[in-house]
Design a protein around this ligand. Structure first.
Ligand SMILES: [Zn+2]
Length: 66
């Protein structure tokens, strides 16, 4: 699972599911980051109050149900 971090909006997306509905299109390239590290993501969530993107999360749930 690769994560896509929007540092401007402090939002964490799943690279696989990220799309127009996520609203990161206005975020400059320099504020976007890709990572495979779940530890890093947890750190962002706990220390810097980043939140998971609901749009990507709903896709995630669907994928797990199939
Ligand atoms: Zn998203």
């Amino acid at each position: 699972m690769t994560y896509f971090v929007d540092h401007l909006k402090k939002r964490i997306h799943r690279r696989q599911f990220a799309g127009d509905a996520c609203g990161f299109l206005s975020t400059p390239i320099g504020k976007r980051e890709f990572t495979d590290s779940h530890t890093y993501i947890l750190q962002l969530e706990e220390k810097d109050a980043y939140s998971e993107c609901l749009n990507c999360q709903s896709f995630q749930v669907l994928a797990e149900q199939v």
